[in-house]
Ligand binder design. Sequence first.
Ligand SMILES: [Zn+2]
Length: 316
Amino acid sequence: MELTFLGTSSGAPTTNRNVTGLALRVDGRWDLFDCGEATQHQLMRTPLSLSKLRRIFISHLHGDHCFGLFGLLGSRSMDGATTPLTIFGPHGLRAMVETVLDASSTHLAFDMEIQEVGEGGGSVIDDEAMTVDAVPLTHRVTSFAWSLNERDRPGHLDVEAARAAGVHDGPMFGRLQRGESVELDDGRTIDALDVTGPVRPGRQIVIAGDNSAPAALFERTGGADVAVHEATYTEPVLATIGDDHGHSTAARVASAASAHGVRNLILTHFSPRYADSGSGLTIGDVRDEARAHFDGGLHLARDLDRVEISSDGSID
Ligand SMILES: [Zn+2]
């Protein structure tokens, strides 16, 4: 699994950071979480292709999280993609997308399904690979986090042990690796558990939209292997502006993640007032504030960062 950050600025782009977009590649396909304006431009700077995009999850309908949808859908169609695409998001998403596509006479060459999620959230995907639940957040409009829970996977196949048990090279290896038992020509049955390592527990990844109450989120999801959450402000900045506008500070997210056992915290969606370097407010201030409250793996996302999530749920 690999995350690619396509935009890490809140509200408006800066010269270094686009508005929100995040890709999660799983095997050969990938899902997109939020689609701010120019997300398709960012994608051209990655190896990800629109034809391999299978699902889009929109956390909420503020423009910096979804105004890139229309261009991306049109380009996916012009690229010749014919595989179906499902888009999940809050109520109002369907009207927004259909209105723009209709008004611009944009006809898609692929089947698109829009699934609107009720205010209370709930299960949106339950397949053999993972479940995905929408978890309601606290923001100025309906906003969701997506909690991805991968199913446990069979242990790695011990090829030598399989050969020693009489399995010939070929399709039976694949079946054993998938956790199935196989029958040999001599009638013996080889149980996958006898020739594979320990079961690999599924990973949990939480990808949150805009949210001013991270403790409530992590109380619902528990301690994820990886959590991606906005840290729009630091506490001193919030003290001067006085209104969180439905957003979090680095301290607020980091404390909540720590209290609920999040292993790796990735912060994103930074106010444009934080520069990457210089003598004024910087992303370093955000990092320092988070680090003071969180001992686990901490990463402050930059545009086009690629973060590999290893099979045990750790990140570099
Ligand atoms: Zn918002």
